[in-house]
Design a binder for this molecule. Structure first.
Ligand code: PLP
Length: 286
């Protein structure tokens, strides 16, 4: 079954889906994106993702490409046309197409691309529950990583380094030894006395929508959360470490830079957060 993408007003075959060479997303990474999980026929935390899209757009003075309710119709249509029950829907908005020049062009309509992709949910969950290995890399990103921009080159390089090391994620670490976040995930530990620790999202990391929902999941499980920086050493001495994102949910980390976290097996707190996630998250029919 051919995949279908939405590009600037048209639903077209994914393999023929293109944008103009002078799209500012292509020229300058002048755009933002969102990824929502689709689980059991529901879009998970759609409101949170669209609220963050709104914030990212406004931080960059890019207008909405269409009304929010129309975008929700397009998302559902792309999901429907691709028969996705479990997977992701991806949205990308750029400042639009204009002759290449750094300052903002005037009178340009933002570009919108929406795609959806199926996952084999059982396989994905089984793999995630086995845990992942991560590496650490020095933080080298700009200081506006709170904006979900398509400018992801440091993240791409970090992820590639992880892959070359046989790992699945890379944590960006500040010169003071504290962990920022992963290349595409937020970072967490569980302390020996059972508290969840994650870095405050006021600046320096992306405020993950999954991270926000995990706060509610933790509350429902009676777990304590400490929003504070933690070091790699603390993570290695922790009871558990895990990462979070819309595509990974809470996924156990079993090793950091080749050193096992705790006994090197997925932690029970992480797995219970993962299991309770869908019940607590906001679900909109796809
Ligand atoms: N941090 C970064 C750098 C990301 O790219 C992502 C997701 O893409 C996240 C954190 C997790 O965000 P969310 O939970 O909204 O998927």
């Amino acid at each position: 079954m051919p995949r279908i993408a939405y590009v600037n007003g048209r639903y077209i075959a994914h393999r023929h889906a293109t944008v103009h060479i002078e799209d500012r997303g292509y020229q300058f990474a002048d755009g933002v994106y969102e990824v929502c999980e689709i689980a059991r026929g529901f879009i998970v935390d759609m409101k949170g993702h669209l609220d963050r899209l709104d914030r990212s757009l406004s931080e960059l003075s890019i207008g909405w490409p269409m009304h929010r309710s129309a975008l929700m119709v397009v998302m559902r249509e792309v999901i429907r046309r691709n028969h996705v029950r479990d997977g992701i829907v991806y949205l990308q908005v750029t400042r639009g197409v204009a002759p290449r020049d750094h300052p903002f062009p005037v009178g340009v309509t933002p570009s919108l691309v929406v795609t959806a992709k199926k996952f084999d949910a059982a396989k994905v969950h089984q793999k995630a529950e086995a845990g992942v290995q991560i590496i650490t890399v020095p933080e080298n990103r700009w200081d506006r990583v709170d904006i979900k921009s398509v400018g992801l080159l440091p993240n791409v390089l970090a992820k590639q380094k992880a892959r070359e090391a046989g790992a699945q994620e890379a944590w960006f670490v500040d010169p003071d030894g504290t962990v920022k976040e992963g290349a595409s995930t937020n970072a967490w530990i569980v302390t020996q006395d059972g508290a969840l620790v994650t870095r405050p999202a006021d600046h320096g990391i992306l405020r993950g929508i999954t991270r926000t929902t995990l706060f509610k999941v933790a509350e429902s499980l009676g777990l304590r959360i400490e929003e504070r920086p933690f070091t790699v050493e603390e993570a290695l001495a922790a009871r558990e470490a895990f990462l979070s994102s819309a595509t990974t949910l809470a996924t156990p980390i079993i090793a950091i830079d080749g050193h096992p976290v705790a006994n090197g097996h997925p932690g029970s707190v992480t797995l219970s957060l993962r299991q309770a996630f869908f019940d607590i998250a906001e679900k909109s029919p796809a």
